[in-house]
Design a protein around this ligand. Structure first.
Ligand code: SAM
Length: 307
């Protein structure tokens, strides 16, 4: 197994993360915000890497796993004309939810993730199964800025909402897709239609998931939420920050603008093969209720660069 571990000094070591704010200009504040969010992800996943697979619905739910398998099969059937192993980049690949499925299909896989601990879990699973993915411990933006590799598939699974400048990174990633190749993104929340109702529903769903799947963190979680009520808002990040978890999923509450990602892809000439919004939830009950209420929705995009 080739393992690249660039242990870097965070959060100050992101000179390349010269940010582009919403208006397209470079701002120092955005640079600091982006570096803090990357650092929060590193800290957050250091704490939860070992329990991630048990807690995270897109890993533990058979229904959601079947969606991922079906999507990869669809992409795989279009890659048969390549006459070589498809080369894939799993951005924020974590413990290997998607990467292991790619490897099982015989693909050549590179995983970039800012969390050494998440990659450590993936590395053990890969060794047990006899796979040799290339694991790169780095922030996606930094990897995309410094490496020039291109791929037949570039994927983000439950990652865009962790990225301060998700549209900019999707744009950079899309440039790495070869002609005839695919851009895939799944499990990111859409912008809620009813933010207040969605927030209440989501809080109940999270509390239920904690009780069922991570009961030891239930009371500490309530304590963190209580402390947040009394903590002054961080003006740069527009929220009260008590723990790394408050920043790691930076866009979880406000959602990711799927229309913006589609525009980014269309500007680069991609054909949108599939764009779907579907009901989400951390618990089965949450998912069931949500099929009617449609308060929490995720989206997925499969896009192809024409040959
Ligand atoms: C919710 S997990 C998803 C993991 C995996 N893709 C899956 O499907 O289970 C988010 C992952 O993104 C990684 N991540 C967050 N921000 C990142 C960044 N800027 N660069 C690289 N990885 C990042 C985290 O370390 C974590 O492993």
């Amino acid at each position: 197994m080739k393992t690249y571990r660039s242990r870097m000094a965070y959060p100050s070591a992101f000179p390349e993360l010269v940010p582009v704010d919403a208006s397209g200009g470079n701002t120092c504040g955005a640079s600091t915000a982006e570096a803090r969010i990357v650092a929060a992800n590193r800290d957050f996943y250091r704490e939860i890497a070992e329990k991630y697979d048990r807690y995270e619905r897109c890993v533990s739910s058979a229904y959601l796993q079947a969606i991922l398998d079906a999507d990869l099969d669809k992409i795989h059937s279009s890659c048969t004309s390549l006459e070589r192993r498809p080369q894939c980049l799993d951005c924020g690949g974590g413990t290997g939810n998607l990467a292991l499925k790619m490897l099982a299909r015989g693909w050549d896989v590179t995983v970039v993730d800012v969390s050494d601990e998440m990659l450590g879990v993936l590395s053990k699973k890969a060794v047990t199964r006899g796979y040799s993915p290339k694991l790169i411990n780095n922030a996606i933006a930094q990897f995309l800025t410094t490496a020039s590799d291109t791929f037949d598939l570039v994927a983000f699974n439950s990652v865009l909402h962790h990225l301060y400048s998700f549209a900019r990174i999707a744009e950079m990633a899309a440039t790495r897709v070869r002609s005839g190749g695919f851009f895939y993104s799944n499990f990111d929340p859409v912008i809620p239609k009813y933010p207040f109702r969605t927030r209440i529903f989501e809080s109940l769903d999270i509390a239920a998931a904690k009780l069922m799947l991570d009961s030891r963190d239930f009371m500490p979680g309530i304590w963190r939420r209580t402390r947040k009520l009394f903590r002054r808002r961080d003006s740069l990040l527009s929220r009260s920050v008590v723990s790394a978890g408050d920043l790691a999923e930076y866009h979880a509450r406000a959602g990711v603008d799927d229309a913006q990602i589609l525009r980014v892809l269309e500007r680069q000439g991609f054909t949108i093969v599939e764009h779907l919004k579907y009901s989400a939830g951390r618990t089965r009950a949450g998912q069931f209720l949500n099929r009617r209420l449609r308060l929490l929705e995720n989206f997925k995009i499969i896009a192809r660069r024409p040959i």
